[in-house]
Structures are given as structure tokens and as C-alpha cells.
Ligand binder design. Structure first.
Ligand SMILES: *[C@@H]1O[C@H](CO)[C@@H](O)[C@H](O)[C@H]1NC(C)=O
Ligand SMILES: *[C@@H]1O[C@H](CO)[C@@H](O)[C@H](O)[C@H]1NC(C)=O
Ligand SMILES: *[C@@H]1O[C@H](CO)[C@@H](O)[C@H](O)[C@H]1NC(C)=O
Ligand SMILES: *[C@@H]1O[C@H](CO)[C@@H](O)[C@H](O)[C@H]1NC(C)=O
Ligand SMILES: *[C@@H]1O[C@H](CO)[C@@H](O)[C@H](O)[C@H]1NC(C)=O
Ligand SMILES: *[C@@H]1O[C@H](CO)[C@@H](O)[C@H](O)[C@H]1NC(C)=O
Ligand SMILES: *[C@@H]1O[C@H](CO)[C@@H](O)[C@H](O)[C@H]1NC(C)=O
Ligand SMILES: *[C@@H]1O[C@H](CO)[C@@H](O)[C@H](O)[C@H]1NC(C)=O
Length: 440
């Protein structure tokens, strides 16, 4: 069954009281200018929204063909696109180990001027840890239509226990195809376990139309990447899974995450140091820990995150809604952040800034230094809280939160008999419109 074709649907009931259909079909990405413009969340938010509403049919190889044609003019469109099918390099797709075939196929695809590496439908390819390194020819598409499954041979991960599938040092890579990536986490110990899919030092990267399940730890990591779009991804793991963040963004600039359904038991999206211009829209999050900026400032580190937008999303049954978490003793900042048009459905801490984050067994001793939290706007956030404290600002005594704005907030208790309250320490938010509960 091909999920891509099913048009995964999600209702975003609150804001627009309409429902959007997720599908792999969209036309905004056919336009190069639009693709890269979408990476500047502050500059053109409305064009991004408008574009993503009307969709036409395309598939990824078509997408790149058009993109290349557009870039290099009609002359080079006659340059042939090399199709590299892993089966032609010895992959069997019967669940056994196909790592060697993938390595050879990658070499062939990477050395071509323009290539599509094809992982066919209806087959399951077993892989031990593998790194797909660039630089490659000008454009490369990896079309995963079948299933890629992590080897359950534990000794295979001994060399580098942090990685399973890694793409690095690539420019204009597209990974898509409607297929499945299965981290096989339910059959594996989760300690010192690898991230399922890592992109490192990639520029103009597009990851779309994939289902990523049961990572042994994190599902999808973007590290030191620039100009990224992650679109229409389904990321799931059992809700009791530990440290299995859905999408982890680290040291990455200009990334849009759009139309993703994420429920992995841990953070749906986590955005950590060195990241800026991060825009996440149309996210369905839960179960898990919600959407986090941080943690920042652990081990007295200097961490910086800025220009983040989380828009038009829904969080269901998560322990946090939108959270900024920093450790005492750190430095740097989390600034220019907008949380907008969010539905909370039985979320334990829908709005939370925690500058006393302490995720360790030993208690964290008080420290004067802190990561500065500044210029954070919460607009149109509605729904229900599983706890009474629907808004919790636990800011630093020495470095209070600055320029916090609350506008049109209505968070009721999930239980009809209780009311909600706001706990607001070392913060004086500007509150406009209806804000319920309110900081005093
Ligand atoms: C990212 O895209 C922007 C806009 O197209 C461009 O100005 C910038 O140079 C790109 N960054 C890199 C590292 O390629
Ligand atoms: C991010 O995009 C903006 C404009 O779209 C561009 O000016 C900037 O250089 C990009 N950042 C990087 C690190 O390439
Ligand atoms: C959020 O999305 C709405 C459209 O649904 C758009 O009007 C608004 O500008 C977006 N906000 C940001 C900060 O991008
Ligand atoms: C998608 O592209 C592939 C490779 O060129 C082509 O064989 C296939 O027919 C296309 N599918 C659709 C639905 O256009
Ligand atoms: C995969 O299986 C589906 C359903 O059985 C079938 O319709 C489709 O043609 C198959 N695709 C390939 C490439 O074998
Ligand atoms: C990355 O690619 C560049 C060329 O684009 C090359 O010069 C460099 O050595 C590569 N780095 C690594 C770590 O492979
Ligand atoms: C606050 O952040 C917004 C983006 O969320 C930005 O447009 C604005 O310039 C920032 N304000 C200041 C004073 O930096
Ligand atoms: C709401 O969340 C709480 C705490 O996670 C849970 O115990 C309760 O069953 C949930 N209620 C509903 C109606 O889902």
C-alpha cells in the first residue's frame, strides 16, 4: 500500500475550522524561487501559505527535472537523467542485508551528472549503518518507494553507535518517494542506539513524502544544514519510547518543516543550538513531549536559537505544547520566536518556558548565569490543558524573560469542573486581546 497515494488527511479544526489534506502533490516546490523563498520565514509567510494550498500532481523526479530544466535552460534538458535502481546492483529486497548493493548504487548515482537512485516499491531492504557521502554530481534524487529496514544485528552498530542512515556533504539532494524507513527500534536496545536518518552538512536539501518509524533513538536529524525543506513526513513510534525525537534541528539555518504528523513519545520537533530561521507549519504532534526549543545551556554551554515560527499546528495529548527549555548556568539566547495559531488538545503544559530545566538524576544547583529568553510571541492558542497550570513561565531570577507577548489565548481545563491558571515567575508579559488564563 502506498501511503503517498492515500492522501493522509489531518484536520486543523481551530483556526481556520477547515481541514487540510496532506499529500505529496504541491506546486509551490516546482518554482525554485518559491522553494528558497520559503526558507525565510519572516519575509514571505503569506506566500508560503498560499502556495501550499493549491496543489498539482508531480513526482519527485519530475520535480527535479523541471528544476534543472529551469536552471540550466533547454539545452541541458537533453542531458540524460541516469536511473540507478538498487536491484541492478544486487539488492534483493527480501529483508536480508543489502548494504553492499546500496553502497555500489550510491557510487554510481553520485558520480553521474544527474541521477535518481531508486529503491523500488513493495520490497524490504535491510541495511546496516551506511553513510551516503557527497559531493556528488549536480543534482541527486533518492526515490524511496519501498521499505528500508535497520539491521537487527547489534554488532553492526558497534563502530559508530550514533548512526544508521546518514547523508552528508551534499548540495541539492532530494530524498522522497512515498516509502518507509523502519528503524526497527522495537527489536533493539535503545541505549547507545542510532538516529534513524541523519542529514549533515547538506545545502538545498529536500526530504519529503516518507514514513519514518520506530527509530532506535531520534528519527530525523538535520545537523549543520542550510536551506532545507522537510515536507509531508509521517514519523511514528510507540508513545512510551525514550529519546526518540521526531525531527531534531541542530546548527541548521533556513529550514521549513511543513505538513508533518509526528508522534514518537518524545519531542515532536526539537530545535537546538546554532539553529535560526526555522519555520514549522501544519504539524500534528502527539503523543509525546510536544515542540521544544532546547534544551539550551546544558553544561554551561553558550547556545543560540533565533527566528523560529511554529504556526497552524495541533498538539494532542502531549506533556508539553510549545516549550522553551534552558539549563541554569548556560549563556546565549533563544530569541525572536513566534508561536501562532495552535490547537492544544489535552496537553499537560500547553505554554511553557522553563529556565530551570534539569533533566538529570542529581538536582541542579542554583546558578546565576542563564540563556536569555527574549521576544517570544504567543498568538491565537486555544484548546484544553490536562493540568491546571496551562501557562507556566518559570524564568530566571537573574535573567528574567524579556519581551514576552500573549495575545488571544484561551486554554480551558480538559476537565470541565476545573479552571486553569498561569504561573508567571520573573516575567512581565504584554497581554492583549482575550488572554485566559492570565499572568497577574
Ligand atoms: C540559502 O538560500 C539563500 C536564498 O536563496 C541564499 O541566499 C543562500 O546563499 C543559501 N545558503 C547557502 C549556504 O547556500
Ligand atoms: C537564509 O536565507 C536568507 C534569505 O532567504 C539568506 O539571506 C541567508 O543567507 C540564508 N542563510 C544562510 C546561512 O544561507
Ligand atoms: C501563520 O500562518 C498564517 C496563515 O494561516 C499567516 O497569515 C501568518 O502570517 C503566519 N505567521 C507567521 C509568523 O508566519
Ligand atoms: C514519476 O517519475 C517516474 C520516473 O521518471 C515515472 O516513471 C513515473 O511515471 C512518474 N509518475 C507519475 C505519477 O507521474
Ligand atoms: C506494489 O503492490 C501494489 C499492491 O499490491 C501493486 O498495485 C503495485 O503494482 C506494486 N508495485 C510494484 C512496483 O510492483
Ligand atoms: C565536502 O564537499 C566538498 C566539495 O563540495 C569537498 O571539498 C570536501 O572535502 C567535502 N568534505 C567532506 C567532509 O567530505
Ligand atoms: C521580535 O521577533 C520578531 C520575529 O518573531 C521580529 O520580527 C522582531 O523584529 C523582533 N523584535 C526585536 C525588537 O528584535
Ligand atoms: C488527558 O490527559 C491526561 C494526562 O495525560 C490523561 O490522564 C487523560 O486520560 C486524558 N484525557 C482524555 C480525555 O484523553
Amino acid at each position: 500500500m502506498k501511503l503517498q497515494k492515500l492522501q493522509f488527511c489531518i484536520s486543523i479544526i481551530l483556526i481556520t475550522s477547515s481541514s487540510f489534506c496532506f499529500s505529496s502533490h504541491r506546486n509551490d516546490l516546482l518554482d525554485t524561487d518559491n522553494l528558497y523563498r520559503a526558507h525565510d520565514p519572516m519575509a514571505r509567510p503569506s506566500s508560503v501559505r498560499t502556495a501550499s494550498r493549491d496543489r498539482i500532481s508531480y513526482n519527485d523526479s519530475d520535480f527535479w527535472r523541471q528544476l534543472i530544466r529551469k536552471q540550466s535552460g533547454a539545452a541541458s534538458s537533453s542531458t540524460s537523467l541516469k536511473m540507478v535502481n538498487v536491484n541492478d546492483y544486487g539488492a534483493k529486497g527480501d529483508g536480508g542485508d543489502d548494504t553492499e548493493a546500496f553502497t555500489k548504487a550510491w557510487e554510481a548515482a553520485c558520480s553521474a551528472q544527474r541521477a535518481v537512485l531508486v529503491v523500488p516499491q513493495n520490497k524490504t531492504y535491510g541495511l546496516t549503518p551506511i553513510t551516503f557521502s557527497g559531493p556528488c554530481g549536480s543534482d541527486l534524487t533518492v526515490e524511496i518507494s519501498g521499505t528500508i529496514e535497520a539491521s537487527s544485528d547489534q554488532s553492526a552498530y558497534e563502530k559508530d553507535p550514533t548512526l544508521w542512515l546518514k547523508f552528508e556533504n551534499l548540495t541539492k539532494l532530494s530524498v522522497a518517494g512515498g516509502g518507509y524507513i523502519n528503524g526497527n527500534g522495537e527489536n533493539m536496545p535503545c541505549k547507545h542506539a542510532p538516529t534513524a536518518l541523519t542529514f549533515q552538512e547538506c545545502k538545498y536539501l529536500r526530504v519529503a513524502d516518507l514514513t519514518i518509524t520506530n527509530a532506535q533513538q531520534m528519527h530525523l536529524v538535520f545537523k549543520k544544514c542550510v536551506n532545507v525543506s522537510a515536507v509531508n513526513l509521517q514519523i511514528t513510534a510507540p508513545k512510551e519510547s525514550p529519546n526518540t525525537d521526531g525531527i531534531h534541528v541542530t546548527d541548521t539555518q533556513n529550514i521549513t518543516i511543513d505538513r508533518c504528523a509526528i508522534g514518537t513519545g518524545d519531542d515532536c520537533i526539537s530545535i537546538v543550538s546554532g539553529s535560526s530561521n526555522v519555520q514549522a507549519t501544519d504539524i500534528a504532534c502527539g503523543p509525546g513531549h510536544g515542540i521544544s526549543i532546547g534544551s539550551l545551556g546544558a553544561h554551561m554551554s553558550a547556545d543560540y536559537v533565533s527566528n523560529v515560527v511554529i504556526n497552524n499546528s495541533r498538539l494532542s495529548g502531549t506533556t508539553n505544547g510549545v516549550r522553551i527549555k534552558t539549563w541554569q548556568g548556560g549563556s546565549g539566547y533563544a530569541s525572536n520566536i513566534r508561536f501562532e495559531n495552535l490547537a492544544m488538545d489535552n496537553v499537560t503544559n500547553p505554554i511553557i518556558i522553563d529556565q530551570n530545566y534539569c533533566d538529570q538524576e542529581k538536582p541542579c544547583p542554583p546558578q546565576a548565569a542563564a540563556v536569555q529568553v527574549r521576544n517570544v510571541t504567543y498568538t491565537n492558542i486555544r484548546g484544553t490543558s490536562a493540568s491546571e497550570e496551562a501557562i507556566k513561565f518559570d524564568c530566571s531570577r537573574n535573567h528574567p524573560c524579556e519581551d514576552i507577548f500573549l495575545q488571544d489565548i484561551n486554554l480551558r481545563s480538559e476537565s470541565s469542573v476545573k479552571s486553569t491558571e498561569a504561573s508567571c515567575l520573573y516575567v512581565r508579559p504584554t497581554q492583549t486581546g482575550i488572554v485566559s488564563p492570565r499572568c497577574d
